[in-house]
Every structure is written in structure tokens, then in C-alpha cells.
Design a protein around this ligand. Structure first.
Ligand code: NAD
Ligand code: MG
Length: 398
């Protein structure tokens, strides 16, 4: 829920740590920083592999530290930044350091997958404000993240456009007055493709999202509609609403980013052109709004808004996610890890598009339980589900 913080026009720049700075969300976050060079100060940057991009960003933004998690890339980054005064660290263990520096006010959590969990948890424990793009963290460990956020008073502001929309609709409202959350979905690149041809869908076709330009993993998730499934679980943990009151509505134009229906029959929607920079900026400036030249809706050119119900038989991943949320316990973590592994296999050309949901269903059947795991157990479950997908899903494409 949006907090009741009083807006404060802070004198000193907001210190920002960007975890996953070389990705789609990370780069757009730096675009926002470029719009407000006096009001933000980049304190830390972290990425896995893209040494060149990370070096370039570090030279432009002069953070206190950078982290490259792929250790073999460390010498390149260290040498390029020698003499700049920027500390360079290698390995995933240092992500937590980048997330909790004293000078950091807001952590942009933009690592993809459950690899982002540890650093988000550390930021939460340290009471930072977290601009959360890394939805997988809440899917895997929503309960644990919420527990620590309550203890430390950390504020989590969603970056995901749907959740940013709901968060904005809830400002000034009480969660007791919510009837339903309505998550809109573009439907992805295969919305109108016959189900019978999906087995032949190639990675290139699946990556071609009609409205959004995003990293490869979330693009495939959009094509299977697992993205919306993960978002249902994300919404549950962010707003404390049960899965039975979170509805998915396909809206191909992606103009309405999501809606909240209240108990008195009133519905609020948040609307804008599909541009992630808007929710990214909102998460970084909340509870303030800062003037920016992002594209506005041209109402004259907007001919129509369409809506339809999602086809659960054609996109089984969405149903699997609802089931995992209902089961609780380890099920969402199994769902997420199996999905990450299956998407990876699909992108590598080893399995077919339609094998993704089959692999996840198999993993859920074999591994999911309603018992609530602790963090250590969650990590074991995550690894087991990945291994199972790789082992079960012997290549179907040769
Ligand atoms: P991306 O693949 O473009 O970028 C991922 C970033 O994370 C890169 O900087 C990469 O170096 C880093 N990274 C990956 N694994 C890492 C690891 N093990 N350790 C350290 N760094 C690692 O992904 P993206 O599209 O920017 O998505 C990031 C997150 O934001 C995902 O959780 C995604 O679901 C969410 N999200 C993205 C969009 C979007 O428009 N791209 C929209 C909503 C939500
Ligand atoms: Mg989204």
C-alpha cells in the first residue's frame, strides 16, 4: 500500500543504487537520472556480464562503487576504472553491499529472475526504499520480503507498470475498500495466433512484443502470459489482496495500465502511453511527482480501447500461476524457477514454445508443497526445480 508519508522537497540529491543497470529497466533508469542530474546521484551500479556497458555507465555517472557479478569480467572493469576512485567489486555477494550503502536512498531492483532476491532482501532489511522491477523476488519470497519490510519500515514502490498503476490508484484509499484488482495484459505477440501453431513459434517471434521493448526473459514471459501470472502473485504480496480478487483483463493497446474496483462500485484506472520511464520515474520520486517530457496520450488519435478475457486454454501458464498462488508454500517458488529454466531452454532452441508450460506443470506436480519454506529451503527448491526442468525436458528440438 502507498504509505502516508508527507511529501518533502529534499535538498540533497537522492542517492540511487541500480542493480541490473545494463538491462532494459536499468538503462531507462539512467535516462531518468539524466533528466534530473541535480536531483539524483548514482551511488552504485551492478550488472552480471556486460562489462563494456557497465564501464561506460560508471565513467558517466561516477558512482561510489560498481559490482560485476561474473568474476571473469572483473579485471576488465577494474583496469578501465583504475584511478577514478570508483570501487570495483566482483561476485554476487557484493550486490548486497551495493544495495545498502549509507549514501543510497532508493534501490532500483532491476536484476532479472530470482538472482535478484538476496540483494532486494538486504535492501529491505536495511530499510531502504526499493523501486521494485524484479517481480520474481516477490513471487519466490513474498512472505519473507513483507515480513522484513514491516520490521524495517522499508518502502517498496513497484516499477512494473500494472502495479505502479494500482499503487497510484490506491494513493489516498484504504485497502479494506478494494473489491478487486484488475490487471490489464497486452496479450503479447501471440494474442491472435492460432493455438494450434504455437508449438512452432520461434524465439524470434516470441521476442517480438507489440507494445513494449523489454529484456529477453520477460518478453518470453509475455508471450506465454506467465508474465501476467507472475504479476498476479506480485500484486498479492504488494497489496495484500487474495488471488480470487485479482482479475486479468486483456487490453491489447496497453493504455490502461491497470485498475482498482472499489466496494462502492467506483473504478479507478491509471492511463498513459506504454513507456516504462513513467513508472520508473514515479518509483524514484514517490511521493513526489516531478515534471518530465514523457509522451502524453493523443486522445484524438486514440480510436478505441479493446478488452477481452484471457484464453486460459491457449495460455496455460496463467492458470498455473493462479494455482501456485492458491497452493501457497513452495509452489510459487517452484513455478518461478521452473519457468526461468524453461524460458532459458526455449531461448537456446532446445525446447518448443509449448514445452514451457508442460515443464512448469511437471515441476509443480513433483516439487510443490503447501508447507511454508524458510529462505534456505527456498533456495534449495529453486535449484531443484531448475535441475528438474533441465533433466525432464530433454531437448525436443535437435
Ligand atoms: P534485462 O535482461 O534487460 O536486464 C537484466 C539486468 O540484470 C542486466 O543488467 C543484467 O546484467 C542483470 N543481471 C542478470 N542476472 C544477474 C545476476 N545474476 N547478478 C547481477 N546482475 C544480473 O531485464 P529487464 O527487462 O530489464 O528486466 C529486469 C526486471 O524487471 C525483471 O524482473 C523484469 O520482469 C522486470 N520488468 C521489466 C520490464 C521491462 O520493460 N523491461 C517491465 C516490468 C518489469
Ligand atoms: Mg508488467
Amino acid at each position: 500500500m502507498p504509505g502516508s508519508q508527507t511529501p518533502s522537497k529534499s535538498a540533497r540529491p537522492r542517492g540511487v543504487s541500480i542493480l541490473g543497470s545494463t538491462g532494459s529497466i536499468g538503462r531507462q533508469t539512467l535516462d531518468i537520472v539524466r533528466l534530473f542530474p541535480e536531483r539524483f546521484s548514482v551511488r552504485a551500479l551492478a550488472a552480471r556480464n556486460s562489462a563494456e556497458a557497465l564501464i561506460e555507465q560508471a565513467l558517466e555517472f561516477r558512482p561510489e562503487c560498481v559490482v560485476i557479478t561474473r568474476e571473469s569480467r572483473y579485471p576488465q572493469v577494474r583496469d578501465a576504472l583504475a584511478g577514478t576512485g570508483i570501487m570495483v567489486h566482483a561476485g554476487s555477494d557484493h550486490l548486497a553491499y551495493a544495495a545498502t550503502l549509507d549514501s543510497v536512498d532508493v534501490v532500483m531492483a532491476a536484476i532479472v529472475g530470482s538472482a535478484g532476491l538476496g540483494s532486494v532482501l538486504e535492501a529491505v532489511r536495511a530499510g531502504k526504499t526499493i523501486a521494485l522491477a524484479n517481480k520474481e523476488t516477490l513471487v519466490v519470497a513474498g512472505e519473507i520480503v513483507r515480513f522484513h519490510a514491516r520490521r524495517s519500515n522499508a518502502l517498496i514502490v513497484p516499477v512494473d507498470s500494472e502495479h505502479s498503476a494500482i499503487f497510484q490508484c490506491l494513493v489516498g484509499e484504504s485497502v479494506e475498500d478494494v473489491d478487486e484488482l484488475i490487471l490489464t495484459a497486452s496479450g503479447g505477440p501471440f494474442l491472435d495466433r492460432p493455438a494450434s501453431t504455437l508449438a512452432e513459434a520461434t524465439p524470434k517471434e516470441a521476442l517480438a512484443h507489440p507494445n513494449w521493448s523489454m529484456g529477453p526473459k520477460i518478453s518470453i514471459d509475455s508471450a506465454t502470459m506467465m508474465n501476467k501470472g507472475l504479476e498476479v502473485i506480485e500484486a498479492h504480496w504488494l497489496f495484500g489482496i487474495g488471488g480470487d480478487r485479482i482479475r486479468v483483463l486483456v487490453h491489447p493497446q496497453s493504455i490502461i495500465h491497470s485498475m482498482v474496483e472499489f466496494v462502492d462500485g467506483s473504478t479507478k484506472a491509471q492511463i498513459g502511453v506504454p513507456d516504462m520511464k513513467v513508472p520508473i520515474q514515479y518509483a524514484l520520486t514517490y511521493p513526489e511527482r516531478w515534471p518530465a517530457p514523457h509522451e502524453r496520450i493523443d486522445w484524438n488519435a486514440l480510436a478505441r480501447l479493446d478488452f477481452r478475457l484471457p484464453a486460459l486454454d491457449k495460455f496455460p501458464c496463467l492458470g498455473l500461476a493462479y494455482d501456485a498462488l492458491a497452493t501457497g508454500g513452495s509452489a510459487p517458488a517452484v513455478l518461478n524457477a521452473a519457468n526461468e529454466a524453461a524460458v532459458d531452454q526455449f531461448l537456446k532452441g532446445k525446447i518448443r514454445f509449448t514445452d514451457i508450460s508442460v515443464a512448469i506443470a511437471d515441476a509443480l506436480e513433483q516439487l510443490a508443497s503447501s508447507e511454508i519454506p524458510d529462505l534456505e529451503k527456498l533456495m534449495e527448491i529453486d535449484a531443484a526445480a531448475r535441475a528438474l526442468v533441465v533433466e525432464l525436458n530433454r531437448p525436443t528440438i535437435h
